[in-house]
Ligand binder design. Structure first.
Ligand SMILES: Cc1cc2nc3c(=O)[nH]c(=O)nc-3n(C[C@H](O)[C@H](O)[C@H](O)COP(=O)(O)OP(=O)(O)OC[C@H]3O[C@@H](n4cnc5c(N)ncnc54)[C@H](O)[C@@H]3O)c2cc1C
Length: 381
């Protein structure tokens, strides 16, 4: 077992942190209030190579292994306070780029990956529907094959980056009698007749990451736009969820580090009853718990990423890491607010935004309850 980052990984981490601190420093109170997506941040991250990190060099990516990618995303989340931008980038990477890379034909890879990597294209993953969330395969969206076309009908909700989509990976059932085995994935390009962004959605947190509903009405795509095999949608969804559950919360670890440092500083500076509040064991204990959560979260997430780097399929470890880091981050945000007293509750201190952003982690990519169902299921329960 080796718990050390290599010299290259450490140098890269430093470089990502420098980049995030210097280049990604917009006014988050204003952007959060106005639900403003940072195109500038998106482009800068793409130029730096973030969006393409795990994608092979031949498609314009960085060819980094999973552990190095996680290392970089954690540093990005530490240096950049725009959790919404981090989320938009992650959604794009794990549920658009990775499925194309893992399941696409060579023509699909050549057509989409260089543009997704360069940030010219924004990719979107459309699975959830108004009537199907955790029970994703009970979807009502349908696809029908007619000659050399597929015709897609249905609606999708809670779709991250929807308004900015250049291409959508949409899941629809081609053979409902087969249930989940009938679900297939299709690539729909922006501007395809019958495809539209139907309603913008407003969120509690991650307000700088756009979200909307999508509508597909007799939306025709050529057979070349099938991703993977007919009926292969569940394999694609499972694979992208495995990646996403390992990697999407790496930036949360960075945010947890930021929170911890903010709290240590405040606990040393803020005085009540004639002494720094950090001298009260109730406050010191919160800080210690935040540190324990961060360390535990890191170990779980790094282990899952390491297994993935070894070419394994760490379904259990991915679910454990996702469940733990998501819930730990919410608890650390609550502790940070409590530790700051009334100031923590004020928008100005930006801790309430961190909390609102963090709560989403217990819902997307499979809720905490679903992660527990997966973990218990793997134990035979
Ligand atoms: C910020 C954010 C971004 C998202 N981005 C996308 C996206 O880009 N693309 C996309 O397709 N979807 C996206 N989603 C949707 C997300 O995947 C779903 O919200 C999630 O899967 C839960 O589905 P649901 O909201 O319908 O809740 P439901 O499935 O209706 O669940 C409601 C409650 O019941 C619980 N529950 C359900 N089934 C079980 C069970 N078997 N055992 C125990 N408890 C259960 C859930 O845990 C939850 O507490 C996003 C969601 C959020 C919040």
């Amino acid at each position: 077992m080796d718990f050390a980052w290599t010299d290259e990984q450490q140098a890269f981490r430093k470089e990502v942190l420098r980049f995030a601190r210097e280049e990604l420093k917009e006014d988050m109170i204003e952007n959060d209030h106005n639900e403003k997506f940072s195109w500038d941040g998106w482009k800068k991250c793409a130029q730096f190579g973030i969006q393409g990190l795990p994608i092979p060099v031949e498609y314009g990516g960085g060819g980094a292994d999973t552990l190095t990618t996680v290392c970089a995303l954690e540093a990005l989340g530490y240096g950049c306070h725009d959790n919404g931008l981090m989320f938009s980038i992650n959604a794009h990477m794990w549920s658009s780029e990775i499925p194309i890379w893992s399941f696409g034909t060579e023509a699909q890879k050549r057509k989409y990956l260089p543009k997704l990597v360069s940030g010219e294209f924004v990719g979107v993953h459309a699975m959830t529907e108004p009537m199907s969330g955790s029970d994703a395969y009970s979807m009502l969206s349908r696809a029908q094959k007619k000659g050399d076309r597929y015709i897609i009908n249905g609606s999708k909700t809670f779709i991250t980056n929807a308004q900015n989509a250049d291409m959508v990976i949409v899941f629809a059932n081609l053979d409902p009698a087969k249930g989940a085995a009938g679900v297939s994935a299709f690539i729909v390009d922006k501007g395809t007749p019958g495809f539209s962004v139907s309603r913008k959605l407003h969120k509690m947190g991650l307000r700088t990451s756009p979200m909307a509903e999508l509508s597909f009405q007799d939306c025709e795509v050529p057979v070349e736009n099938l991703l993977g095999k007919e009926g292969g949608g569940s394999a694609i969804f499972t694979a992208s969820m495995e990646w996403e559950r390992i990697c999407i919360l790496a930036s949360h670890l960075g945010a947890m580090q930021r929170l911890l440092e903010t709290c240590v500083k405040y606990a040393r500076e803020r005085k009540q009853f004639g002494q720094a509040i950090g001298k009260f064991s109730a406050i010191a204990n919160k800080i210690a718990d935040m540190d324990v959560r961060l360390e535990t979260g890191r170990l779980l997430l790094y282990k899952a990423a390491w297994l993935k780097s070894q070419g394994r399929h760490p379904l259990r470890e991915a679910s454990i890491a996702k469940l733990y880091v998501a819930e730990a981050c919410v608890q650390s945000c609550l502790d940070a607010i409590q530790l700051h007293g009334g100031y923590g509750y004020m928008t100005e201190y930006q801790l309430e935004r961190e909390l609102r952003d963090a709560v989403s982690g217990t819902i997307y990519s499979g809720t905490s309850e679903i992660q527990r169902v997966i973990i218990a299921g793997l134990l035979g329960v």
